[in-house]
Design a protein around this ligand. Structure first.
Ligand SMILES: [Zn+2]
Length: 435
């Protein structure tokens, strides 16, 4: 048993001071506010680890290389495809290792990887067929971050459209082949959960949706939903209903399902997501980067939808920024402040249940021992009220991170990966040098 004393800690019922936390192996045993100091002192603010509920690790290589151009989500997507073509199990592992290390340094202790780079392309298969997934598992192990591998079904190039050649490597051919492949994937580590994803209603034909939902039963099931108005318009003209209604019709919605983005929804869509217990993952820094629009976060929360947050394209990797952006976007949209409480913002940032880890995300007895220490004496946090840290802190203020009872980051240094900056520089540089 190890005991820590936290100057401040974010507990399930809010901020507390002088908090003694007892940890045995990978679990929190007790949490006692207003305790006398002990030898292991954690100054500043200690919060539960952050859950990154939506990630495509390889998109990190697009940061600072697509952002100063004009264009739209769709022109950005072309560059993303060009990058995807260059990835194989070796360079994917090396890149993801740096990306996950950046997340670990920012305070994320688990990442939901929405994984669709399955095959080498041209109808070929890796041997074993899960080589790309194993690359992610190894990278996550190196970076000491828990992984939820959301194995993504991707079968079509649009409504009633064949795959583009560049999309072929995302596809197993049909939904049965997808299910068979996912069934045979068994990562041999307790730090990995396997779930499923429907890429979108654009990429999975309606007749295949039910099979994915059936396979996923009881596991996390994620789906990109209504990120772009064009998806809604095409879905309406092809199926006569919104993407949300289509997913519902085929049994995709439910309490283990998370709608990613959920940006352009009707009132009925919002009610339907609430009624079915579906969650919604917002990715505010990506959505603003791609010019997607502002999703109805408050309306969804009011309908009973549990919100989570993801860094998605990794234009920015900063859980604090994602959390406050939820509130800031609302302020811009409705011209009022205080749309979300701090507890709601922290709840979204700590929503591990959305990626299949319900035992994490809170500093409480019985919870997994994932925690993050934040410096309250940096230039940007000096003088703030600790309770309002979400409105001032950044990833750069995270000094220490514990995952499953072990420190993965100490004094701002990753414990396993000596120089994550060099890893990212090298791997991203190599990818863009290849023609
Ligand atoms: Zn995404």
């Amino acid at each position: 048993m190890t005991t820590y004393w936290c100057e401040y800690a974010w507990l399930p019922d809010g901020l507390a001071s002088g908090v003694r936390i007892e940890i045995e192996r990978d679990e929190i045993r007790s949490v006692t506010p207003d305790s006398p100091r002990t030898e292991n002192m954690l100054y500043g603010l200690v919060v539960p680890g952050f859950a990154n509920a939506h990630s495509h690790a390889f998109h990190r290589a697009l940061r600072g290389r697509t952002h100063h151009d004009r264009g739209t989500f769709w022109t950005w997507r072309e560059k993303m495809y060009a990058l995807a073509e260059k990835l194989d199990p070796d360079n994917y592992y090396s890149l993801a290792r740096g990306v996950f290390a950046e997340m670990a340094l920012a305070g994320y202790t688990c990442v939901g990887e929405f994984h669709y780079l399955h095959h080498p392309g041209g109808g070929k298969r890796h041997d074993p067929p899960h080589e790309m997934a194993h690359a992610l598992v190894s990278a996550a192990e190196d970076a000491a971050i828990r992984l939820t591998l959301l194995d993504t079904c991707y079968l079509a190039g649009g409504f009633g459209r064949e795959l583009d050649p560049v999309q072929e490597r995302f596809s197993d051919g049909d939904v049965d082949a997808w299910a068979e492949r996912v069934d045979s994937f068994e990562p041999e580590t307790p730090q990995v959960v396997v779930g499923a994803a429907v890429h979108s209603v654009r990429a999975v034909p309606a007749e295949a949706l039910g099979k994915v939902a059936e396979w996923a039963k009881g596991r996390p099931l994620h789906v990109h939903l209504s990120e772009q108005r064009a998806e809604n318009e095409e879905c309406l003209s092809h199926h006569g209903r919104t993407p949300t209604a289509l997913l519902d019709e085929h049994g995709v919605l439910g309490e283990h399902t998370v709608a990613v983005h959920a940006t352009h929804l009707t009132k009925d869509d919002i009610a339907l997501l609430g009624r079915t217990g579906t969650g919604a993952c917002f990715c505010p820094t990506t959505e603003r980067d791609l010019g997607d629009g502002i999703g109805p976060a408050r309306a969804l929360a009011d309908a009973g939808v549990r919100l989570s947050l993801g860094s998605d394209s990794h234009a920015i990797v900063d859980p604090w920024e994602e959390a406050r952006a939820l509130e800031m976007n609302e302020r811009l949209g409705v011209e009022r402040r205080g749309r979300f409480t701090v507890a709601e913002l922290m709840g979204a940032a700590n929503n591990y249940a959305s990626i299949g880890w319900p035992q994490l995300g809170r500093l409480a007895p019985g919870a997994g021992a994932d925690l993050v220490r934040v410096d309250l004496e940096n230039i940007n946090t000096a003088g703030i009220e600790p309770e309002a840290a979400v409105f001032a802190a950044t990833a750069a203020d995270v000094t220490d991170v514990m995952v499953a009872g072990r420190w993965s980051v100490r004094d701002g240094r990753h414990q396993n990966i000596r120089n994550p900056r060099a890893v990212l520089n090298r791997e991203i540089g190599k990818l863009w040098q290849q023609s």
